[in-house]
Design a protein around this ligand. Sequence first.
Ligand SMILES: NC(=O)c1ccc[n+]([C@@H]2O[C@H](COP(=O)([O-])OP(=O)(O)OC[C@H]3O[C@@H](n4cnc5c(N)ncnc54)[C@H](O)[C@@H]3O)[C@@H](O)[C@H]2O)c1
Ligand SMILES: N[C@H](CO)Cc1c[nH]c[nH+]1
Ligand SMILES: [Zn+2]
Length: 431
Amino acid sequence: MIKLINANEVGIEAELEKVLNRSSLDEPEKLNVVQEILDNIQINGDEAVLEYTAKFDEAKLNAEEQLVSQAEIEEAYLEVDDEFLSALETAIENIKDFHQRQMRESWMNVDDDGVVLGQVFRPLEKVGLYVPGGTAAYPSSVLMNGVPAKVAEVEEVVMVSPPSELGKMNPYTLVAADKVGVDKIYKVGGAQAIAALSFGTEVIPKVDKIVGPGNIYVTLAKKLAYGYVDIDMLAGPSEVLVLADETAIPRHVAADLLSQAEHDPMASAILVTDSKELATDVQEELEKQLKELSREEIAAQAIEDYGAIILTDSLDQSIEVTNRFAAEHLEVAVEKPFEVLGKIKNAGAIFLGHYSAEPLGDYIAGPNHVLPTGGSARFYSPLNIDDFVKKSSIISYSKAGLEKVKDKAIKLAEVEGLDAHANSVRVRFED
Ligand SMILES: NC(=O)c1ccc[n+]([C@@H]2O[C@H](COP(=O)([O-])OP(=O)(O)OC[C@H]3O[C@@H](n4cnc5c(N)ncnc54)[C@H](O)[C@@H]3O)[C@@H](O)[C@H]2O)c1
Ligand SMILES: N[C@H](CO)Cc1c[nH]c[nH+]1
Ligand SMILES: [Zn+2]
């Protein structure tokens, strides 16, 4: 049964702590496991990767078999149905359209003295996409990672995802990768995949940046690998927070909470409401709906460990609690959701109104479903085009332009005691 917490009496501090610390580095056991995987792969390359693939995914592969062959992609097409291909196409179109709007143009400005300042945008050269695949296949995550990479024109896009115990990659995942135009696909998952992309092995290339979501091991590995490579964000076990008033429908709210709980025993599902009636009705609905899920055990564990219904005094208090959680997904299921929007400070994706079910964002709407978790929506944004480009500043001075600022530049250099800096400006007026 999901916990019912009164925001005033008990406070939500303990629940917040628990939810937000799921993916922190405070858990020495998992941290040690992941650090050891990274170190081993940095030293021993493919040999170590293959050991972990055998241990965690129970797949026996040799080094070369990690790379998915063209024949495997063709076989995958035989295993998927037309309805899937049609859904995939619509999702790709919507995701492409949404991300194309995020593209930025390089710009330059010339002033009256002929000083040119600007910014040029260039795609990253080599990006690694992590696509989860431990307890479920995620072809939708292929699209969410791959489409923006392609829109941004990243030169080389490689993908990793765990194989099944037969040493195969899920056919829906493979077809999605082929449709998106991923250049190379490798059968490796978990922390070992992150390590391989960070350090490079004989078979798996070192990349400039790793993007994509994953479980706690993947997320910790990304955090530890940061610096060897860039990463997008910490996109760990899924979360949903439903901010609801008495107009919300208990059956819908319970379904939405479970939609994220079923991802992972470490997923989090929270309802914040000022309606006691809604709170008790949702509690009952959850019990009913849980029993009908094929992933009942996973969802039940998530609800037990990281689920809560937080009962507040008012909508304003609900909003305050919501902002403190900074959830990955926030559903605003209230009578006037657009009036609440202005008060929301922290959330990865915000779903407004009673018909905006969270899974629309997971699959088809177009915005990215790779989103910050563990409270990191306080400072991270959803995966977006900017993750796949880098910017260079452009600075070009004319003599007249330099003349105008030279004394100020020299003064600032002198204050810092950096003579050579001052000279670099001064010498241009000494000829
Ligand atoms: N935040 C987001 O944007 C977002 C989006 C989609 C999915 N997700 C999350 O992605 C995750 C998918 O999880 P998953 O497990 O199905 O797939 P996954 O691919 O993330 O993880 C599977 C891998 O975990 C590793 N692993 C499992 N148990 C281990 C252990 N005891 N020690 C070391 N490594 C171990 C294995 O190497 C395995 O290959 C879920 O947590 C889901 O909520 C998040
Ligand atoms: N809800 C996940 C992000 O936390 C994304 C996803 C993919 N498939 C289903 N859901
Ligand atoms: Zn989901």
